[in-house]
Design a protein around this ligand. Structure first.
Ligand code: GLU
Length: 299
């Protein structure tokens, strides 16, 4: 008898840079529910690559809040900060493909360039999140300054060389990149979605202080953990274009994607940890039950 296929794998992947809020509750509960319905596995992954923003008490809060919601997950939990070598290896593979380029502009220079561009009243191209598209070092630094930083080995960010990456894929078969979406994008997009990585410009793959990036580590981990179903908020729908591009370059399989609705605050904006929106801890302290939280997120 043939072996039965391996069970589908789902994951909830929060970053421990604040307390979880109702949006996270929806995401975690949906993941666990879809895993159960599919006879699949449910993993928790801690996305803590940015040591300047993550804190141990927030990680402890994640376990506490999820357990309170009644969730269980497999152990050991993968903590990204323990796997920089895996991201480094992926970065090296991308470098060997010739699709990585150093960029010497600092965050401050980029912010100053964006502010100056906004001040001229001219509209600058923006990425799907609304941030000005990175125009290249040459747009904000004199050529001799770039040359001297390169010569001095100044710390740089590593960015995707987008034209090289797209050319590489064109050469490798040429078929357009896409993903299969069982949820929906911000404009109701569903089904087979054409990826548009160019909309993001030359994304950062590693920074001088963090030797990887969200995009790179999420793609590496989803593949390493055999994740078959990525269920996450609609705010990450557009980022999937970058993830598909990296997967294609690295020869990694594509998951199925399900982007779910967001829980909005009273002001109609997406909840965020930084805005101090109603955290699960605060709701719990106020006497709400896990069942009431489920109802609040519409489950
Ligand atoms: N760590 C990301 C976040 O907290 C989610 C990553 C993902 O689901 O792909 O927003």
């Amino acid at each position: 008898m043939p072996d039965s296929p391996p069970p589908p794998v789902f994951r909830f992947a929060p970053s421990p840079n604040g307390r979880l809020h109702l949006g996270h509750a929806l995401s975690a509960l949906l993941n666990a529910e879809m895993a159960r319905a599919a006879g699949g596995r449910f993993l928790l992954r801690i996305e803590d690559i940015d040591g300047t923003r993550t804190r141990p008490e927030f990680e402890a809060g994640i376990y506490e809040d999820l357990a309170w919601l009644g969730l269980t997950w497999e152990s050991p939990v993968r903590r990204q900060s323990e796997h920089f070598d895996a991201y480094r290896a992926a970065l090296d593979r991308l470098s060997a493909l010739g699709v990585v380029a150093p960029s010497y502009a600092t965050r401050r220079e980029i912010a100053e360039w964006a502010a100056a561009a906004a001040g001229t009243g001219e509209s600058v191209p923006r990425d799907p999140d609304g941030a000005p598209l990175f125009p290249g070092d040459a747009a904000m630094l004199p050529a001799d300054e770039i040359a001297s930083r390169r010569r001095l080995g100044a710390p740089s960010a590593l960015r995707l060389d987008l034209p090289a990456a797209l050319a590489r894929l064109g050469g490798a078969g040429g078929e357009a990149l896409f993903w299969d979406e069982t949820g929906a994008g911000p404009h109701g997009e569903t089904g087979r979605i054409a990826a548009d990585p160019a909309a993001w410009g030359p994304v950062v793959l590693a920074r001088k202080e963090v030797p990887t990036s969200y995009h790179l580590s999420v793609v590496v981990d989803d593949a390493l953990q055999g994740v078959t179903h990525v269920v996450r908020g609609r705010d990450l729908f557009a980022a999937t274009s970058v993830h598909r591009l990296l997967q294609a370059l690295l020869g990694l399989p594509a998951s199925l994607y399900h982007h779910h609705r967001l829980i909005l605050g009273d002001d109609g904006r997406k909840l965020s940890k930084s805005r101090g929106d109603t955290s699960l801890a605060a709701l719990r302290a106020a006497g709400l039950t896990a069942a009431e939280v489920r109802a609040m997120v519409g489950l």
